[in-house]
Design a protein around this ligand. Structure first.
Ligand code: FAD
Length: 273
């Protein structure tokens, strides 16, 4: 078995700008690549810069290209967003526990994404839309700061009119062209069609959004054990050794990043060091 600390060298295939500070970075999969589970992440490494945990945002059915969607916030992510095709970067992964999509069979699948939180949920949607009849209903709720912050805009148009999807989007600040909802994403929850006893919800976004969405779902009668969330913490080794991403008894890299809401509710909003 290869050393999980040593990154594979992979070639950048494409870099697509999604918004002013978010880019989708596709790399050629290494020869021994065995695919990923939606919700898993890779560690992307740039010599002289460092390494960052980035979720896999592409189609789980595609084993030749690995896709990540990166928000340029600091040293490593800014450099990742400056890459050009044919440059090489280091990649370790995939790591972590993904979304429990198989548990959604026969149930209503509800995806709630805020901002860059759509990236780790997009592979779930790709997989679900491969076999939509497996689910009693598929709903996507999307929130963004403004229309300019929406990601994957061409796909959003397709999802909006997809006959197998209930799709609602809301932005905090609209412009003159925006025709969707305005306000926080939680306001969409009371309006959607759903049978709360048959839902499996997956939420990804800022922790404050996760808490309020989970509360709204609970208020509509969704059981706590039907809500899953993906969390972020500063991560270094990704192998459950260094402890940087520890949250209470959990190591996010090994036990997460996806958790049952009931498992982590009391640790949310805990400041990291
Ligand atoms: C499991 C997991 C999946 C992730 N998936 C994605 C993804 O798909 N796309 C994406 O753009 N980012 C993702 N992140 C966040 C990403 O890892 C950080 O933004 C990145 O490591 C920051 O590194 P930097 O050197 O660019 O910034 P730094 O210079 O290290 O930090 C810049 C700012 O970002 C904050 N920050 C650093 N790391 C994190 C973190 N892990 N969570 C929250 N804030 C952080 C710092 O406190 C600082 O304020 C994920 C993180 C985890 C743990």
């Amino acid at each position: 078995m290869s050393d999980p600390f040593i990154p594979a060298s992979v070639t950048v295939e494409a870099l697509q700008q999604e918004s002013h500070d978010v880019f989708t970075l596709s790399v050629c999969a290494p020869s021994n690549y065995a695919g990923f589970t939606p919700g898993q992440f890779n560690m992307l490494y740039l010599p002289g810069r460092g390494e960052s945990a980035i979720s896999i945002s592409g189609d789980p059915g595609n084993n030749s290209t690995i896709t990540h969607t990166v928000k340029a916030v600091g040293n490593v992510t800014r450099a990742l967003c400056d890459l050009r095709p044919s440059q090489r970067i280091g990649l370790r992964g995939p790591f972590g526990r993904g979304w429990p999509l198989e548990q959604a069979n026969g149930r209503e699948l509800l995806l709630i994404a805020g901002g860059i939180g759509l990236a780790p949920l997009r592979p779930v949607l790709y997989a679900a839309l491969e076999a939509p009849k497996r689910y009693a209903r598929i709903t996507v709720l999307l929130g963004a700061r403004s229309p300019q912050d929406l990601l994957f805009t061409e796909e959003l148009q397709r999802w909006k009119s997809h006959t197998d999807l209930q799709f609602l989007a809301s932005v905090d600040n609209a412009d003159a062209n925006w025709q969707g909802d305005v306000g926080v994403i939680t306001q969409l929850i009371p309006r959607i069609e759903m049978n709360p006893k048959n839902v499996l919800a997956m939420i990804c976004g800022p922790e404050v959004m996760i808490r309020f969405c989970a509360k709204s779902l609970r208020d509509r009668g969704v059981p706590a054990d039907a809500i899953y969330v993906s969390l972020e913490r500063n991560m270094k080794c990704a192998l459950g050794i260094c402890g940087h991403c520890q949250l209470g008894p959990h190591f996010l890299c090994r036990n997460g990043p996806v958790f049952g809401y009931a498992e982590v509710e009391r640790f949310l909003m805990t400041r990291e060091f």
